[in-house]
Design a protein. Structure first.
Length: 141
């Protein structure tokens, strides 16, 4: 499976994830949240930043169900979902990921027919091939 590659700006995101925290980079000057992480605030050009904890709640903004041809490890798990989650605390920030039935469950653990745009989800974390990644669980109801 492909795992994220952390660069200098994004490293804190993965370090917090490894501790079970979803944090987003914020400008220390004007407070604007931004993602993906980068050195400079696009609003006020400040180079000072902080990492703000998020509630981990969000909604499915969009999703796809990838079909073959896929890389072999992914083909074995198809059909599965890939989602964009809009964060409740930062509606302009959308994280890519997968909805799964439990944090460590396989990619295909949720029937794609159960997914709806707008469905409420919450973050969970799983270590995959040595990297802790955020994944998403459907909220009940
Ligand atoms: Zn700023």
């Amino acid at each position: 499976m492909l795992t994220p590659v952390a660069d200098e700006d994004g490293a804190p995101f993965w370090e917090y994830a490894a501790r079970g925290e979803l944090r987003v980079q914020a400008c220390a000057g004007c407070g604007e949240l931004r993602f993906p992480p980068r050195p400079c605030c696009p609003h006020c050009q400040s180079f000072d930043s902080a990492w703000r904890p998020m509630s981990g709640r969000g909604r499915i903004w969009s999703f796809v169900v990838p079909h073959p041809p896929l890389l072999p490890d992914y083909a074995a798990q198809a059909p599965y979902n890939a989602v964009l989650v809009e964060l409740a605390d930062a509606p302009r920030i959308r994280l890519a990921g997968n909805v799964v039935s439990s944090p460590g469950a396989p990619l295909n653990s949720v029937d794609p027919a159960r997914l709806r745009i707008g469905a409420a989800v919450r973050v969970a974390f799983a270590e995959i091939d040595g990297v802790t990644v955020p994944r998403w669980l459907l909220e009940r109801g």
